[in-house]
Design a protein around this ligand. Sequence first.
Ligand code: 4AD
Ligand code: MG
Length: 437
Amino acid sequence: MNTPARISIAEAARHAGRSVEIRGWLYNLRRSGKIAFPIVRDGTGLMQCVAVKSALPEEAFEAIRNLTQESSVIVTGRIRAEERAVGGYEMEVEGLEVVQRIPESQPYPITPKEHGVEFLMDHRHLWLRSQRQHAIMRVRHEVIRAVRDYFDSHGFTLIDTPIFTPAACEGTTTLFEVDYFEDEKAYLTQSGQLYNEATAMAFGKVYCFGPTFRAEKSKTRRHLTEFWMVEPEMAYADLEEVKRVAEEMIVYVVGRVLENRRPELQKLERDISKLECVRAPFPRMSYDEAVKILQEAGSEIQWGGDFGGGDETVLSQRFESPLMVDRYPAAVKAFYMQPDPGRPEVALGVDVLAPEGYGEIIGGGQRVHDLDLLLDRIREHNLPPEAFDWYIDLRRYGTVPHGGFGMGIERCVAWICGLEHVRETIAFPRMLYRLRP
Ligand code: 4AD
Ligand code: MG
């Protein structure tokens, strides 16, 4: 007899009728005296196995009967179609090797019963084995692939920007200081944007995609201290072009998840019809209009203030597609934002608010390109000009209007998956009160 082919559970359909080998872990076990139904997972899916006492050597059947949750096993057997089994196939067990049996004295900590979130977060290294976490991580993977495919196929060059930086990008209050470089303080980057502005002048259209860091002390369902951000930047682009690209990218990403990750969304009990409603053109409004709507809805907000999470929810819940709010007061935005030439008290910036109360997923806009104006802004924000010398240079040598945006991957995934909190959208979240595991 040939040795059975080693397959992953995801490819079981192609091997129906043949004997194969699956390497995985015990997910669940039902048994009676003469028959046992171990369900094995291998990271690609679940396989219901059927072990019949009379068809197996006695020891093999006993080993199966005594398996414990998450014990590692290699099973061989014949695949056959079975409508009632998870995935539509099951395996008639012909042999089993126990790689490690977890003893009853030290059982796998996560059982099918309900556990509190803090317990699960403390066991994140194991929790990632659960079906729900699989679904989320696979949607995340698809979002990241779609984002890359979008930019790669629209003329953007990927440029990786540094993590250690000598200066703040998004404001000094949320910087992580690193003590290493002689004579100079360094910080973990909040955004690759400033470097992207340099590379956009070199390549025209670029994007960076990497981890970014924020030291804010906020403990909300939308904040991580370490998160992944994709940031396109375009030379000769104005605010309208930035909005157009952001809209097109979001529509593409949502479409790809709907195309390739429907079972995962179903597993998460996501209301898929909400995602199917996402289409261009997105609703657009100015900050002024948004403030008026909020005041009419009873919010305390005054012109000049930044929106709170509650305000964003009120605004975005009125629409099925993400909402684009532009022209915020310059005073609440970063130093690099280009003022509106007709109305310098507002900046040519845009935030994209996801529907269903998921809040801001994108921030971006047009950058200051004039040398003197940039110098003024750096001074007004009390930033050290020497840390920005190279950035200022960009306004000396062939400066042009330009812009871009940043999208936080975790917030985007939380919205698409319909999750209450961003902590489940990344394998090992870093938050104000969480550094482990
Ligand atoms: O609005 P932000 O701060 O904008 C920037 O960093 C710009 N430099 C981007 C650019 O124009 N190139 O952040 C952009 C996005 C937010 O809309 C949000 O999705 C995400 O990054 N984000 C966070 N996600 C999780 N936790 C945090 N603490 C986040 N802070 C921002
Ligand atoms: Mg923002």
